[in-house]
Design a protein. Structure first.
Length: 52
């Protein structure tokens, strides 16, 4: 499989998952965004702790 086929398969799987399990998809997105927020906060704390 080349990259084009993998991209189409990923899009199809995502669409199927959102249609068949919307609550699960929403939870997955919520958890991913929460994780990104936590990572950004940790990076901010790290940068603030570096002496200038």
């Amino acid at each position: 499989m080349n990259k084009k086929h993998m991209k189409i398969a990923a899009i199809a799987f995502t669409a199927w998952y959102v249609i068949s399990r919307p609550e699960g998809a929403a939870s997955l997105v919520n958890n991913a965004l929460s994780g990104l927020g936590t990572a950004a906060e940790s990076l901010s704390q790290f940068m603030s702790a570096i002496p200038s």
